[in-house]
Design a protein around this ligand. Structure first.
Ligand SMILES: [Ca+2]
Ligand SMILES: [Ca+2]
Ligand SMILES: [Ca+2]
Length: 351
């Protein structure tokens, strides 16, 4: 394993025992770090996907109270790491170009190209030689990723990218979407407890809420503001991309965050770049766990709550809770993806 580039000190970490963000590369090509984003795209097959992770320490923490009557979440016995940001269009496009020339598993969804609210990723060519390109800004999150797609993406990352398998690794795809996380997995989809802890946990002794969990994934119990990033609101440490209208022409809470309008347009791109709300991170340093796609999202869904609410999903129909080592699962065909890995103190697999 080889950490590359600077090891950033994380301004959101307020305690010494939580290590800062580190940027790792998974293949041999030289990565180029573009600002805070850990993604490098070359014109051809040498491009690699770098995932920027933050450490989630404080292992053995207790769960939050059960707000929804559907269980108490957030307890994680082991230290782990989670993606600082959602998986981006650029990252997923690289995956498609590596593994979806024929695309027998439908890793690409036509709505990635045709839904202008999120567009997206365009496909060209014919089966066997499909190629993919980002439409617009690639630092926006990928959407229209199914749970199976996310499992395959995690496998591919863990298998060293390139021609690495999508079918084995963290998940054995022959077992389908219910496949549990395999022992020894190196990259996986966060479990609900992992996801929840990364979003809301901050020990009271480390400056958190009195019960160690915030109500919103921005280290606050106060309702966030809706605005264009990075926010021009009374408090830009709690601002995000969701729908909120206070019926006051004050420049924020004016409807959809991106457009500042209460009217939904079929041609408006409603995504914001991952990490764009730069002062609204979680305690552990993740961003956008309240979502980066405002369509249909309200403060109540930015807020944690019942399964099926928020959790960064653009569609929140149902999801299925599972054990600590199995991932968040949604029936929706559109999820926003974070990936996790073992503690940053553990090395990457050799690739
Ligand atoms: Ca609390
Ligand atoms: Ca505004
Ligand atoms: Ca307003």
């Amino acid at each position: 394993m080889f950490p590359l580039g600077p090891q950033y000190s994380n301004p959101l970490d307020t305690t010494a025992q939580i290590s800062g963000k580190k940027v790792y590369a998974m293949k041999f090509s030289l990565p180029v770090l573009l600002g805070a984003a850990a993604m490098f795209v070359a014109p051809h097959a040498q491009a690699i996907v770098n995932i920027d992770y933050v450490a989630v320490g404080n292992p053995g923490n207790a769960a939050d109270q059960d707000y929804s009557g559907q269980g108490a979440f957030g307890a994680v016995s082991q230290a782990f790491a989670i993606g600082t940001y959602e998986v981006t269009l650029t990252q997923y496009t690289e995956f498609l170009n590596a593994k979806a020339a024929a695309d027998p598993n439908a890793l690409w969804n036509a709505s990635m190209q045709t839904d202008l609210n999120i567009a997206g990723i365009a496909r060209a060519g014919s089966s066997g030689s499909f190629s993919y390109s980002v439409m617009g800004n690639g630092q926006r999150p990928v959407t229209y990723v199914s749970f199976l797609d996310a499992m395959r993406f995690a496998n591919w990352l863990g298998n060293g990218q390139g021609s690495g398998s999508t079918e084995t690794g963290a998940y054995t795809l022959s077992l389908g979407g219910l496949a549990p996380r395999n022992p020894g997995a190196t990259v996986w989809i966060p479990s609900e407890n992992e996801w929840y802890k990364a979003a809301y946990h901050q020990p009271a002794a480390q400056g958190g809420d009195s019960d160690n969990y915030w109500l919103y994934p921005m280290r606050t119990n106060a309702v966030p503001f809706s605005d264009q990033p990075p926010g021009a609101t009374p408090d830009n440490t709690r601002v995000g991309n969701f729908y909120q209208d206070d019926s006051v022409a004050n420049g924020y809470d004016d409807g959809y965050a991106v457009s500042g309008s209460t009217t939904l347009s079929s041609t408006q791109d409603y995504l914001t770049n991952v990490g764009a709300y730069a002062s609204s991170g979680s305690f552990y340093g993740t961003f956008d766990q309240g979502g980066t796609s405002s369509s249909g999202t309200t403060p109540s869904t930015v807020r944690r709550g019942a399964c099926g609410a928020a959790r960064g999903a653009t569609a929140r129909s149902t999801c299925e809770r599972r054990s600590a080592t199995t991932p968040i699962r949604r029936s929706s065909a559109s999820i926003l993806v974070f990936v996790s890995r073992p503690s940053l103190s553990q090395p990457w697999p050799s690739v």
